[in-house]
Design a protein around this ligand. Structure first.
Ligand code: SF4
Length: 109
């Protein structure tokens, strides 16, 4: 049976969900370049250690939304982390269907 696929409607609800948005070394390079920042400055200003100290994640705004969420837009959309690109087709979290506005689409054969 084919797996269900979802088409992101850019509702940004997942960007407001509490949790950790992982960033890899390569993503840090790309995002820093996109923002016109030195990597070291980007790391200091926009990231934090993940709980198991096994890498970095983006910091949050005071309300828990991702630091790069601006209104309904991602400030780093062209270079956003793979974790963001993969939701909700490669991974989800408990209760995701209650907040995600994505549309179910027929699986590609
Ligand atoms: S990087 Fe962009 S897409 Fe990813 S959680 Fe932050 S605002 Fe959302």
């Amino acid at each position: 049976m084919p797996l269900t696929k979802y088409l992101c409607q850019r509702c940004t609800n997942c960007c407001r969900w509490p949790g950790f948005v992982k960033v890899t070394e390569l993503e840090i390079t790309d995002i820093s370049k996109f923002l016109g920042m030195e990597e070291r400055d980007f790391i200091e200003k926009h990231t934090r250690l993940r709980p198991k100290r096994n890498g970095l994640a983006l910091i949050e705004q005071p309300d828990g939304a991702c630091i790069f969420l601006e209104g309904q837009d991602c400030r780093i959309q062209p270079v956003k982390p793979q974790q963001c690109r993969d939701f909700p087709n490669a991974w989800t979290f408990p209760g995701w269907r209650d907040i995600c506005m994505s549309t179910e689409i027929p699986a590609v054969k």
